[in-house]
Design a protein around this ligand. Sequence first.
Ligand SMILES: [Zn+2]
Length: 175
Amino acid sequence: MPTCLPLVLRRCRTCASEHFRADGKFRVNANHKLLDVWLLVLCTSCGETARLTVLERMNVRAVPPELLDRMHDNDPELAAELLQDPVVRRRNRIALDWDNAWRLDTAGSDYLDRDAIDVSVRFAARIPVRPVRLIAEGCGLSRAEVERLIAEGKLVSAVRLSGKLSGDFTFTLKR
Ligand SMILES: [Zn+2]
């Protein structure tokens, strides 16, 4: 689950840094009946503000009032939702850096000495992580041990455990 907002990867025009931080501030601009809304992000190096387009020339009546309220209130949860929206990311040509912005919660370690366990992993946000890393951390194993268990067919899953995942999956671990 996320512990804070991820960093936004985007090149700063002032200092060439590639990291911006969103602190949940929005700018709402109404021109006649048309609405522009941006999510503001700050360069982590020089503090320069950049604007990520959220709504562009939208008719005010097409925007749900509660959504507009959240933007006016600078709702950090809305900022988190928007950053995770692939449409917003594509439109603004940004990627996210989730390093140090999430944590793994487990149901404890009591069950780990059983012969076989079925584990389901749920993502509270679509955070791309290596399942090998999650399994190692959650089961108290080294990553090399996890790789070995996969190779020996003792750790199996319907999904590919190499590479990165950002959605729920299950696995079975046999000893
Ligand atoms: Zn900068």
